[in-house]
Design a binder for this molecule. Structure first.
Ligand SMILES: Nc1ncnc2c1ncn2[C@@H]1O[C@H](COP(=O)(O)OP(=O)(O)O)[C@@H](O)[C@H]1O
Ligand SMILES: [Mg+2]
Length: 420
């Protein structure tokens, strides 16, 4: 496993349940991951060291958590070394690495998405906005490359749009020379992830995540403050139908271009009055969606990931899900998302209940062997229950026993769920 977040911890929990009883190795991991896997302190961007570790340890499968190493070509390097990898090659990961490429593929595959133009100058940007939006605001302006969730600007008027275009195209805030300007859509946002074996997409359960730091979707964006799964509006039957219209045409279009996409194709969807539209694709498991999705999976995740890493391997495979719902709430440290704090001792971790999973993100062990904060998002707590209402009661009860100075959390995760 490559990565060090709660997403990776949740994937490792699910792999540990496999009937094949895999030996688990994680680079670099964190204090919680060390309980389920042997951790090796190699950062996710040290590609030669990661490949070398995989070769010397003779690992059977590498699962790549974050997008950075995928966009940088880790899957290609592993392929070179004849090591099976769950995660797309650099060419496939461009779906996430370049919003312009993502739009081009969606257009070619006739996948429903917001109207858009790719521009390289402020003047062209303003002209494109006038055409797409017919003079109406807000509008959406997106940096082309990876921007850690900070590259999308919703501009309320022409003045803000011009400022955003200047920030991206003249000041080069995100080292990108292209910008996607996009039609503003309205609706509920849902994530639908699919396992892909190069030729076929098989949906996971739907999920919704909460991006803002404060209750009621207030304050700045974060890496994600909570999630729940499934979304009532998208049951497994609806997920299959959406995958046929959204993920499968993208896989087909990539294949036409000689790209076999192995891994998770994550569609960020908006349920608009005009039907479902794709906001973006990511090339990996979502965080914190994964923490809510995987505890409900009854199929053997290891078998699924191996199958997806082999071309055509998912053929005939049906996923089995627990009928329970899952709710995940993230605990963040003081100052997040502008900053974060480290070294605050976390109490209450030992009392975790059997119907609750605690997954670590920014945690470390101090010199006294205590678990302390070591980053913005510290850990997440997932609870299962017969419905989301029950699961959220259990999740918050468990959370209230875990404490550290400056602890931040949202109290409204899964309070309202998307029904239609
Ligand atoms: N066309 C759009 N209309 C309205 N809101 C949008 C649109 N595109 C993106 N957004 C909002 O901006 C957020 C981030 O955009 P997204 O394309 O997912 O980029 P990233 O996750 O890389 O920052 C979305 O979750 C959504 O809330
Ligand atoms: Mg997004």
């Amino acid at each position: 496993m490559v990565g060090n977040g709660a997403r990776e911890h949740a994937i490792l929990h699910a792999l540990a349940r496999s009937s094949h009883q895999p030996e688990l190795l994680c680079a670099p991991g964190n204090a919680g991951i060390a309980d389920v896997a042997r951790v090796v302190p190699i950062p996710v961007d040290d590609m030669p060291a990661l490949v070398n570790l995989a070769v010397t340890e003779q690992v059977d499968l590498v699962v790549v958590g974050p997008e950075g190493p995928l966009v940088a070509g880790l899957a290609d390097e592993l392929q070179e070394a004849s090591i099976l990898c769950f995660g797309p090659t650099k060419a496939g990961a461009e779906l996430e690495g370049s919003k312009a490429f993502c739009k081009e593929i969606m257009e070619a595959a006739e996948v429903p998405t917001a109207a858009y133009r790719v521009v390289t100058t402020v003047e062209d940007g303003l002209r494109a906005i006038a055409q797409i939006q017919h003079g109406r605001y807000p509008t959406v302006i997106k940096a082309d490359g990876l921007a850690a969730g900070k590259g999308v600007i919703i501009a309320a008027d022409e003045h803000e749009a011009k400022a955003a275009l200047e920030t991206l195209l003249i000041e080069h805030r995100f080292a990108t020379s292209q910008v996607v300007v996009e039609e503003y859509l309205v609706g509920a946002e849902v994530s639908l992830l699919a396992l892909c074996d190069g030729v076929r997409a098989v949906p996971l359960a739907s999920a919704q995540d909460y991006k803002r730091i404060f209750d009621g979707d207030g304050g700045p964006n974060t890496g994600g403050m909570g999630s729940y799964s499934p979304v009532p509006a998208i049951d497994q039957q609806a997920a299959v139908a959406l995958t046929a219209r959204i993920h499968q045409p993208v896989l087909d279009e990539l294949k036409r271009r000689g790209i076999l996409f192995h891994g998770v194709l994550y569609a960020g969807l908006m349920l608009t009055a005009d039907g479902v539209k794709v906001l973006e694709f990511n090339a990996r498991f979502g965080d914190p969606e994964t923490q809510a999705i995987l505890p409900r999976l009854k199929s053997d995740l290891l078998e699924l990931l191996v199958a997806a890493s082999t071309t055509g391997g998912l053929d005939g495979i049906e996923l089995e899900w627990d009928s329970d719902s899952a709710v995940t709430v993230v605990l963040a440290s003081a100052g997040y998302p502008e900053s974060s704090s480290a070294g605050d001792v976390i109490s209450g971790l030992d009392g975790a209940r059997s119907d609750v999973a605690v997954t670590h993100a920014g945690t470390a062990l101090n010199d006294d062997g205590e678990t302390v904060t070591a980053g913005g998002r510290v850990l997440s707590v997932t609870a299962l229950g017969p419905d989301t209402a029950a699961a959220r009661v259990t999740a918050y009860a468990a959370l209230d026993t875990i404490d550290f100075p400056g602890r931040q959390l949202r109290r409204d995760i899964a309070e309202k769920v998307v029904h239609t």
